[in-house]
Design a protein around this ligand. Sequence first.
Ligand code: DGT
Length: 220
Amino acid sequence: MSISKNSQRPFTVIVEGNIGSGKTTFLQHFNKFDDICVLAEPIELWRNCNGHNLLGLLYEDRKKWSFTFQSYVQLTMLEQHTKLTDRPIKLMERSIYSARYCFVEKMKQDGLLSHASAAVLDKHFEWVKEYANVGVDLIVYLRTSPHVVYERMMLRNRAEEKSVSLEYLQALHQIHEDWLYHKTIFSVAAPVLVLNANLDKSVIHEEYMKCEPQILNRTL
Ligand code: DGT
């Protein structure tokens, strides 16, 4: 694994959006292209870190496990960003940016991280941004309304997410909006393409196809 900032990286696209916004389906849509290295979110790693289900622990007791969880998310995201590939395009589900700007931010707002823990995460994040090869070229924002993703989340019934409330999704939505749509908080690492991800699965592929030129031809 190389984390040299100077080493070449593929054209890198990150897919962002609220929990349940359809990032996995989006990635599946692009799986068919030989040019693209598709990297799904490392959620299975978060569910099994040497036998510990960190995602489960997090939702059981957020105050106790937020720092531990985010430390591991940051590591696994760094691995994804720097994973070598021969393909010219890399498509990633989420990023080290949403981990910090959305999830850590929400934890700070909710008082789940001590000032000291937040400082450690921030120092790590700032170092990675400065010295590691985590640049991105395009951000695809799957824009949804919180009610829609809440329903989807209930339907998929992921065991760990039973305690996730509509209020939590609304707050997370607002942070995504401020970061990627209004661009009023944090810096935006690349141009943002906004898609209507409220659409039903039966028609969403047409919406996804709107991205194909930007991703495959790399023109913006
Ligand atoms: P999709 O395909 O759009 O439905 O994607 P999801 O909902 O499977 O993926 P995502 O990343 O929105 O959320 C997966 C779970 O992991 C969800 O319970 C939220 C949690 N999660 C993801 N990234 C982070 C993070 O950086 N921090 C925290 N606290 N939770 C995270």
